[in-house]
Design a protein around this ligand. Sequence first.
Ligand SMILES: *[C@@H]1O[C@H](CO)[C@@H](O)[C@H](O)[C@H]1NC(C)=O
Ligand SMILES: *[C@@H]1O[C@H](CO)[C@@H](O)[C@H](O)[C@H]1NC(C)=O
Ligand SMILES: *[C@@H]1O[C@H](CO)[C@@H](O)[C@H](O)[C@H]1NC(C)=O
Ligand SMILES: *[C@@H]1O[C@H](CO)[C@@H](O)[C@H](O)[C@H]1NC(C)=O
Length: 333
Amino acid sequence: MPSQPSKWSHQRTIIFGCIVLCFPVILYVYYKPDIKLPSFNISSMIGPQPCPKCLQPQELHPNCSNREQRNDTQKIQVAAVNNEPDTILLIWFWPFGFKFGDSCSDYNITRCRLTDDRSLYNKAHGILFHHRDIHSVSNLPKEPRPWFQKWVWFNMESPANSGQIPELNHLINLTCSYRLDSHIPVQYGYLVPRTSKQETFKLPAKDKLVCWIVSNWGGHQRRVQFYNEFKKHITVNCYGAGCNHRISNEEYTTIMQSCKFYLSFENSVYKDYVTEKLYAPLIHGAVPVVLGPPRENYEHLVPADSFIHIDDFPNPKELAEKLLYLTNTMTSI
Ligand SMILES: *[C@@H]1O[C@H](CO)[C@@H](O)[C@H](O)[C@H]1NC(C)=O
Ligand SMILES: *[C@@H]1O[C@H](CO)[C@@H](O)[C@H](O)[C@H]1NC(C)=O
Ligand SMILES: *[C@@H]1O[C@H](CO)[C@@H](O)[C@H](O)[C@H]1NC(C)=O
Ligand SMILES: *[C@@H]1O[C@H](CO)[C@@H](O)[C@H](O)[C@H]1NC(C)=O
């Protein structure tokens, strides 16, 4: 069931992680330009956000009654923290070593300070640990943790691509990930209300029916098994290292724009694990054909009629037939 557009217009509490993994372009999309303009716009960048509430120090007042009596060291910490007008978030590792803008104003977030200066450890309200860069708990801070400080576990990869570090279970206060039930959920993209100026989206010219860009290839992957059967029934233009056809970032956009349908096949299938593979074709004007969690899960993220789900068909052959039927009967796509 399509949900109400208003569902997406409320601001989500998201932090800065998205920009690391999402595409640095903000474009908009109308997927049925000659039928009806949708009331939304897709963005893979975050908009104005308050500093996440759950990171803001609570009970920082020295006289806070509902906590046990503070000792002298703690009182000094309280005084230092109260002097600090902003919530300080310390980035312990740059995700995959990729450094991004560390000014909160870049993300239109106020009363927040983002830093990678480890000497601020004792003042930081939150510390962000990117899971894939931790490797071992010996890489975590060694000094005692100030009582007000929260350790935030950050991960945008699915469990299939995230090795477990069992010792972490007892160290973390908050989770930040693509999971909608994490404390600070961060999606790979999201919808924003369309403004009246954006009435003129032109669908890019199409010269290909179905495309797929894939780097990580594994015979055990459900997407590879599906593709091997699917391509017997329809021509798929396959690019990327997985198809021995590497492409540049510019080509990525051009290719996606030139296709009617794009295979938005996730590398592994997990709840809420929906990545830029869904948002990129929507941004560039191709219809996503998704392989990932169930349809209902996608419908929490984007309108029900903005994608085709492989589970809507009993087998790859019938999906291929449907795409051929659509392209032959609908001139608008
Ligand atoms: C905190 O408590 C102390 C002792 O009870 C009191 O003297 C002081 O005025 C309180 N401070 C504030 C800011 O309320
Ligand atoms: C006071 O609290 C800090 C941090 O919670 C702790 O490291 C320290 O040992 C405590 N000091 C005393 C004297 O209890
Ligand atoms: C930043 O937020 C302010 C206040 O919400 C808003 O007026 C402004 O347009 C935003 N700027 C950007 C670049 O999003
Ligand atoms: C964070 O988690 C640790 C470990 O469970 C705990 O000792 C600490 O009190 C928590 N800190 C806050 C501010 O909740």
